[in-house]
Ligand binder design. Structure first.
Ligand code: PLP
Length: 387
């Protein structure tokens, strides 16, 4: 069964992605001989580091249709989300105290909003349908004169559902309200043009597009004012102090350059693999439900409930295949996924759900192996529960 594939198989590319060898090669010199601090203006070590940071800023900006001076480097998207939401809340507090977000957002947005709520901000959490999408009428009705920010993620890390950012951004622009998106799962996977999507702020991270962990960015549209959450040396236009992670930034830039070159073909290939997996699981098993819209979904995502099967038991039965039963970002918790619950799944259905995340390095042989192993494991677990 496993002759064509190397075990273990990684199908959890929403949690993180393997580092692309080309990206590692680009980073390595900046972890050894080229160790300068990009803020050292008085010698060649610093100039060399500053030069590669300029290049990376251009590569990242180019992938999202931004200007290089609109990219603020951070430690990752958790920080970018915190900076966007708290930074706007603080900077716009004389204008209002109301923020609109969605029940299915990542914890980095939801928990930041909850924190602000405790200090007097009002938070509206929009619902989603069974398809995972928000409703425009509910969004329009949520605005008040105090609304200062709308935060809606580009693509969900569990369901893979892609929200219609262009329309949402248009609704925000008409009302003069800032629009932020956690675009982590979309970057490098689907086209993401901040101007076309009417975005004012967008959170990005390198490790979901084959770059290193611990390096992210916040796109801040030129002219948008946010308050910093980290104070210090005034780096990044005063929006994010701290010595720049030069090797990480070089890797992030390279990741974006590669993504820009391979994007349409790669997405197509990955969607083909994902569809092959879906078709086999649906054809060979009964009581299998794909959660959310297939049409508005990331190419590599498949979120499936294997009814009457415990997701944790299923993952244990296929230990040589890395998948997830919920969001990897809070996988230490056993609570049913807040995303699946918001989409209307019962606790039981959420508990029988597996998230497959396919990526750049997956192959057709791996898909066939994974499909066969899951079909076999689901059948056996169902037989056991009847016995
Ligand atoms: N937002 C989303 C949608 C994510 O999937 C993740 C991933 O873990 C994060 C934010 C947090 O990103 P980071 O790991 O860079 O802090």
């Amino acid at each position: 069964m496993s002759s064509d594939v190397k075990l273990p198989i990684y199908f959890d590319n929403h949690a993180t992605t393997p580092v692309d060898p080309q990206i590692l090669d680009a980073m390595l010199p900046y972890l050894s001989s080229k160790f300068g601090n990009a803020a050292s203006h008085s010698h060649s070590f610093g100039w060399e580091a500053a030069t590669v940071v300029v290049t990376a800023r251009k590569q990242i900006a180019s992938l999202i249709g931004a200007s290089p001076n609109e990219i603020v480097f951070t430690s990752g998207a958790t920080e970018s989300d915190n900076l966007a939401v708290t930074g706007v809340a603080e900077a716009c507090k004389s204008k209002g105290n109301h923020i609109i977000t969605v029940a299915t957002e990542h914890r980095a947005v939801l928990d930041t909003c909850m924190h602000l709520e405790r200090s007097g901000y009002r938070i509206t959490r929009l619902s989603v349908g069974a398809d995972g999408l928000i409703d425009f009428d509910e969004l329009k009705a949520a605005f008040s004169p105090q609304t200062i920010l709308v935060s809606v993620m580009a693509a969900n890390n569990e369901s893979g559902i892609i929200q219609p950012l262009e329309e949402i951004g248009g609704i925000c622009r008409e009302r003069g309200v800032l629009f932020h998106s956690d675009a982590v799962q979309a970057l490098g996977r689907i086209p993401l043009d901040v101007k076309k999507l009417n975005l004012d702020l967008a959170s990005l991270t390198a490790h979901k597009c084959y770059g290193p962990k611990g390096c992210g960015a916040l796109y801040v549209r030129s002219g948008v004012k946010i308050s910093p959450i980290i104070h210090g040396g005034g780096h990044e236009g005063g929006m994010r102090s701290g010595t720049l992670n030069v090797p990480g930034i070089v890797g992030f830039g390279k990741a974006c350059e590669i993504a820009q070159n391979v994007l349409p073909e790669e997405s197509c290939r990955i969607a083909g693999l994902r569809n092959r997996l879906r078709d086999r699981l649906l054809a060979e098993l009964e009581d299998v439900v794909v959660n959310g819209s297939m049409e508005h979904r990331l190419p590599g995502n498949l979120n499936i409930s294997f009814l009457n099967v415990d997701g944790e038991a299923l993952m244990t039965a296929v230990k040589d295949i890395a998948v997830s039963s919920g969001s990897a970002c809070h996988s230490d918790k056993v609570d049913p996924s807040h995303v699946l619950k918001a989409m209307g799944l019962s606790d039981e259905a959420a508990g029988s759900t597996i998230r497959f995340g396919l990526g750049r390095f997956n192959t057709e042989a791996e898909v066939d192996y994974v499909a066969a192993r899951f079909v076999d494991a689901v059948k056996k677990l169902r037989e056991l529960s009847i016995a």
